[in-house]
Structures are given as C-alpha cells and as structure tokens.
Design a protein around this ligand. Structure first.
Ligand SMILES: [Zn+2]
Ligand SMILES: [Zn+2]
Length: 148
C-alpha cells in the first residue's frame, strides 16, 4: 500500500513538472508602429520549470521590469530546485479591469519606486509608453524564443 502511494506521488510529480515545462516562458519583442517613434521593448513572459515571474512596464523607471520567484509547483513536486528558494511576491493590489474583464495584479517595482501591472499576454501591451499612442505591435520579424 505504501509502495503504491509512493508511485502515485511520483507520477503526480511528473505530471506537475511536465505541466510547468509546457508553460515555459517566451521572449516577446514589441515595437511602436509610429514611424517617428519606433520605440522597441523586449521582455520575457511566463516562467520556466523552476522559476515563475511577473513582468510589466514601470512608468517610473520607464522600462520593463520583472519579479521572479521559485515555482510553487516545482516545490510541491519535490523537484531539486536550483539556488535559494524565493517566495512569491505579494501584489500591492488585485483589481478588476473594466477594459478587459480580467483581474490584474499590481506589483511594486523591484527597483524600489513605482509599480507595474502584470502583463500576461503580449497582446496586453497596446499603448506605446514613449509617444503615448495605441501603436505598440508585436515585432514578428524577430524569431519567437522559448526560454526555460
Ligand atoms: Zn520602477
Ligand atoms: Zn511610440
């Protein structure tokens, strides 16, 4: 009986690990369509097998910022997590966004000042932070890079 339980546990851990593998991150490239601006941004979405992250644009620092922490799935599955274990950050707020109907998380900027809204999908980034127009487009000329 004990043996079976252990087997189930191992199988479950494997499933969890595979799931987090399948959700590994992606580098997104954005460029402003306004030809007088052409502001370009690069950022990483999602996380890897052991590391989760929240990415966003800090209007105070005027750049993409991110917070990373240890994957709770990996920890629960007993995976050999490399490096020190980092707890998930506590959002400053979770707000319902009437523009999208989604709940958005707001985190404090890791550089100290400012805050950012977590971007979960590259399509969430529509407005250019430089020229303040709805001209941000995904730059598809650059290859999609999957990262772990
Ligand atoms: Zn900042
Ligand atoms: Zn622009």
């Amino acid at each position: 009986m004990v043996k079976l339980r252990k087997l189930v546990w191992v199988a479950l851990s494997l499933v969890l690990l595979l799931q987090s593998l399948a959700r590994s991150g992606e580098i997104a490239n954005l460029q402003c369509d306004n030809k007088d601006c052409k502001h370009a941004l690069e950022f990483q979405l999602g996380g890897g097998m052991f590391v989760k992250q929240a990415t966003g644009y800090c209007s105070h620092c005027k750049k993409m910022v991110k917070l990373t922490w240890t994957s709770q799935h990996a920890l629960q599955a007993g995976a050999p997590v490399p490096g020190p274990v980092v707890k998930p950050p506590k959002p400053l707020a979770e707000v319902w966004d009437p523009a999208t109907g989604q709940v958005r998380k707001i985190y404090r900027c890791p550089n100290g000042d400012g805050a950012f809204i977590e971007i979960r999908d590259v399509g969430d980034f529509k407005w250019c932070p430089k020229c303040n127009r709805p001209t941000m487009k995904q730059d598809t000329s650059k290859p999609k890079v999957m990262v772990d």
